[in-house]
Design a protein around this ligand. Structure first.
Ligand SMILES: [Zn+2]
Ligand SMILES: [Zn+2]
Length: 207
């Protein structure tokens, strides 16, 4: 099995999709079988909002890596269900609603240049890529569906469209100049709040 290192800015769920790709597996559910992640009664909360992951030490063992490597990217849940469900990450608790836990958002140009799904795209408050000055894409431009974690490939919608090849809406488009300015400023404010003031997630560093 090909066992790449998880990258600092990579989402753990995205890393799992990369493992699926690089090991020619059929999808996330086959990978989770390979990683021996099975829920056994009584049900336990998944460590990841996106996939059923229950034991990082087993994941690390199968992949020949260290548990600590994955703990930096992990978001253990402290309860199973409900609107008040929280995600504990790096010692701080967050509402589950802060994460894009069902469907993905991405910057096509980032995806094209470095085939990983970045961790900051998993935060709902992050809506733009400041490197490429574009809005993150949240739907397949071919079939119109949201890109679910369960049914997508790392760089493809279930319909086959490559995520890295879509054209994202640039921040600077439009006749109303204040709209992109506000979007840009709001995004910077959120990033400052999340990454600099609150310090989340510390392992991702400056984005
Ligand atoms: Zn980008
Ligand atoms: Zn599609």
């Amino acid at each position: 099995m090909f066992r790449p290192r998880i990258e600092t800015k990579e989402s753990l769920a995205g890393y799992f999709l990369r493992l699926v790709e690089q090991n020619c597996l059929s999808g996330a559910s086959e990978l989770l079988q390979v990683l021996r992640q099975r829920d056994t009664p009584p049900s336990r909360p998944s460590l990841l909002p996106q996939f059923g992951v229950y034991a990082l030490d087993v994941v690390a063992n199968v992949l020949g890596r260290t548990t600590e490597e994955f703990e930096l990217h992990c978001r253990p849940l402290d309860s199973l269900t409900g609107r008040t469900r929280k995600v504990q990450y790096l010692g701080l608790k967050w509402p589950l609603s802060i994460f894009r836990n069902k469907c993905r958002a991405w910057c096509p140009e980032c995806m094209a240049s470095n085939s990983i799904h970045r961790a900051d795209w998993d935060l709902r408050l992050v809506t733009t890529c400041l490197t490429h000055r574009c809005h993150l894409v949240e739907r397949c431009l071919d079939c119109g569906q949201a890109i679910s974690w369960q049914n997508s490939r790392l760089d493809a919608c279930r319909c086959g469209m490559r995520l890295s090849q879509v054209i994202a809406l640039p921040l600077d488009i439009g006749d109303g100049r204040w709209v992109p300015d506000i979007a840009d400023d709001a995004d910077r404010l959120m990033r400052t709040l999340i990454f600099d003031i609150i310090g989340f997630p510390r392992n991702i560093g400056k984005l």
